[in-house]
Ligand binder design. Sequence first.
Ligand SMILES: *Cc1c(COP(=O)(O)O)cnc(C)c1O
Length: 234
Amino acid sequence: MGDMEISSDIRQNLSAVKSRVEAAARDGERDPAAVTLVAISKTHDAQRIAQAIAAGHAVFGENRVQESEGKWPELKAANPDVILHLVGPLQSNKVKRAVELFDVIETVDRLKLARALAREMAASGRQLDCFIQINAGEEPQKAGILPGEADAFLKVCRDEIGLPVVGLMCIPPADQEPGLHFGLLAEIAKRSGIVGLSMGMSGDFETAIRFGATHVRVGTAIFGPRAPFTPMPD
Ligand SMILES: *Cc1c(COP(=O)(O)O)cnc(C)c1O
């Protein structure tokens, strides 16, 4: 494939995904503008990301701090309006670097991290919107707060730690009906008075929008398949 072909693919894919997001929002009698498409660019190089930016897209997500440091500082310098989400696990020793580079952290999954983020934001003067990751399917190998512990965790984050929590995020079990988990996430958010819901990926974002997603995280449907050897976040 030549570069021209790839470039037009990304533009076309973006436009197709945006149409599907809008249609799903309208089907659910929701305002399409209330759903943010987060283009997940992990494993894709700066040149391909630049094509998405050139096509008018401004909200991106990555799952690794180190990989992001290799491509985003320059892209962000050239495109100051871009908003970058971290959607992968964050180790405490990378909090400082993450707060420097990202605008939104979607994966707050433990108290130690919540505290470290709040401290670093205070020290740096950079306030990042935070989502709490919920292990909706209660999978032992997956990160996130268990649904039964979510209310208490949220309360501590907001009242004691002062973390700017704007939403909840989940990655449902691959082999189950995602709607069950999206519904659960929406319920937890509602009773805690939280508005943001980051849920839905390439295979299920329309379902997520029906369940109230405010952010859908779509990679493959925009950038194409990732190299098969690339490790997934869990
Ligand atoms: C990779 C990734 C996505 C995007 O997945 P696709 O199936 O490629 O759309 C969404 N969320 C998270 C947390 C991811 O790591």
